[in-house]
Structure formats: C-alpha cells, structure tokens
Design a protein around this ligand. Structure first.
Ligand SMILES: NC(=O)c1ccc[n+]([C@@H]2O[C@H](COP(=O)([O-])OP(=O)(O)OC[C@H]3O[C@@H](n4cnc5c(N)ncnc54)[C@H](OP(=O)(O)O)[C@@H]3O)[C@@H](O)[C@H]2O)c1
Length: 271
C-alpha cells in the first residue's frame, strides 16, 4: 500500500517520531522515503542520526516531494502551519492529521482546496507499537486514502474506521483511555501493597494482569462478560470481588468517564 510513497512528517514530535519508527521497524518504507520537519534543528539532527530519515526545518520544502503529509503539530499550531504550507499543497496530496479536535472540513477550508484529508485519533501506546487509532475520512478522501492511513497507523497498533462525528467519542474512549487504565493499575498495585506484596512486585503483577486480560478479550474474540463468568468459581474469590466492584459502581464510573471526556473533547473543539 505504501510502496514508493514519500511521507512528510510536519511536527515530528512524540507521535510523529513514533509513527516514523513504526513504519521503519515494519519495513513498510525505507528511511529515504521519510522527511521529518520541525523548528528545532538539533532535535531534527538527532532524528536523522537515530532513524536515518531526511530532515528539514522548512515545512514548505519538506512537503514539496511528498505523496502523504502527516500533520503532527499541536492543534494550537494548526492555523499557522496550514496557512504556511497551503501554497505547496497539491490537490492529490493525502493530508493525514492527528491534531485533536481539528475537523477535515476546517483543514480543507484553511488550505483553500479540496484535498483528501483523513483524520486520525491515536493514543500514546503507539510509542510501544500497541496504539489504538481511529480513522475518519473527510469529504474528498476515498477508500484508497483510508487504506494508506490504515497501513501507517497499523505499523504502531490496531486501527478502526469511524465516521468523523464519532471522533470526540473516540477521544473519550481510546484517546484518553490509557489514563483510566494507568489509574486502575496504580490502584490494584496499592491493593497488593496493602495486603503485604512489595510495591515493585505488585506493580508488575497488576500491569501484566491488565495486559493479559486485554489480550484475552482481543485475541479470543469472546465477550468480556463470558470471560468473567468463566473465571468466577461459585463461592470463590473473584465473585466476592465482583460484588464489591458492582456495589461501588465501577462500571458506571467508567461509562461516566468516557461520557465526560467525550463532552470535554466537544467543548475543546468548539473553542
Ligand atoms: N499524545 C497523544 O496521546 C495524542 C493522541 C492523539 C492525538 N494527538 C495529537 O498529536 C499531535 C502531536 O502530539 P505530540 O504529543 O506528538 O506533541 P509534540 O511532541 O509536542 O509534537 C509536536 C511537534 O510539533 C513541532 N512544531 C511546533 N510548531 C511547528 C511548526 N510551526 N512547524 C513544524 N513543526 C512544529 C514541535 O517541534 P518544534 O518545537 O521543534 O517545532 C513538536 O515536536 C497533537 O496535535 C495532538 O493533538 C496526540
């Protein structure tokens, strides 16, 4: 899918670097097909040394030979960067944006032309190749653009395609979700410590338990409720804990967390 495509990563920070690293590790592209751009020349030089990619401090020059523009600057920088690069954006350039809350329509408007735009909402586990990314295509993007975007984000985790109006909900679920799970791991660790387990041992056991449970849900394809029922022995320990979690409202709290984060994402994109 990405054969011979040239990708310009404008705003090569955490997410941009993780994506380039994933593409190279998966051997989807040679380093010479990747051009990284940001303002900090020393940071770019580090990238050139560590990944072997091409680097450029001038965004306009960076995207001149590109087939795909991966836009990874912060949302606050979106308007300035889009205005700057607009003259060099060809109508066949695929613009792939990870900028939270910036719609495909507003990107097209700012660029002043009907370019294919695909919006992505990844999460930080892309840094360890286990990201969850949702993709939504804009008005002028087609299936081939979604396929190219899926190949890029598939190099650093799993990908789902959604309608663009669900991007705030995705932000509330998987975009912000790692934080909820970090809190679960931290709290389970405290529980282990309270019951006498050394903190480092408790943290490793908690993290691996969350990882293993997630892998069971993902890889078996079984409904989580079935997996739960399979391990709750009558009169046993797990069902005693289930009763405690239900009476304290664990599921309602997590549903509310997703709803509240979704609403906050909507508010922020309207600012
Ligand atoms: N982190 C997440 O979990 C996550 C999840 C979903 C979406 N996102 C989105 O991903 C984007 C990037 O996040 P991040 O965590 O990777 O941020 P980051 O590390 O700060 O990367 C942004 C980069 O943009 C560069 N930059 C700033 N102004 C620029 C300009 N005018 N021209 C070129 N480059 C410029 C900065 O480098 P210089 O200062 O050297 O220019 C910086 O390295 C954001 O839009 C965010 O909404 C992040």
């Amino acid at each position: 899918m990405l054969n011979k495509k040239r990708i310009a990563v404008v705003g090569a920070g955490h997410i941009g670097t993780a994506l380039m690293g994933g593409l190279l590790k998966a051997k989807l592209l040679p380093p010479s097909s990747l051009m990284a751009s940001r303002r900090d020349a020393a940071a770019l030089e580090e990238l050139r040394k560590s990944l072997g990619v091409r680097v450029e401090t001038d965004n306009r020059k960076a995207l001149r030979a590109a087939d795909i523009l991966l836009l990874c600057v912060k949302p606050q920088q979106a308007a300035a960067v889009l205005d700057e690069i607009a003259p060099d954006v060809r109508e066949d350039l695929l613009v792939l944006s990870v900028m939270a809350g910036i719609t495909t329509e507003s990107i097209c408007k700012r660029l002043g032309k009907p370019v294919p735009v695909v919006r992505a909402m990844p999460n930080t586990p892309v840094l360890v190749d286990e990201g969850a990314t949702a993709l939504a295509k804009g008005l002028h993007a087609g299936e081939e653009h979604l396929k190219a975007a899926s190949a890029i984000f598939g190099a650093v985790g799993r990908v789902e395609i959604v309608a663009e109006n669900l991007m705030d909900a995705v932000t509330g679920l998987s975009g912000s979700g790692p934080v909820y799970i970090y809190m679960v791991i931290e709290a389970m660790t405290d529980g282990g410590v309270k019951m006498g387990i050394a903190r480092d041992v408790a943290r490793r056991l908690s993290a691996q338990t969350v990882f293993g449970a997630a892998k069971m849900v993902r890889d078996t394809g079984k409904h989580p409720a079935i997996l739960k029922d399979e391990v709750t022995t009558p009169g046993g320990t797990a069902i005693a804990a289930v009763h405690e979690l239900e009476s304290k409202g664990l599921r309602t709290v997590l549903i509310d967390a997703v709803v509240t984060a979704t609403q906050r994402s909507r508010e922020l994109s309207e600012l």
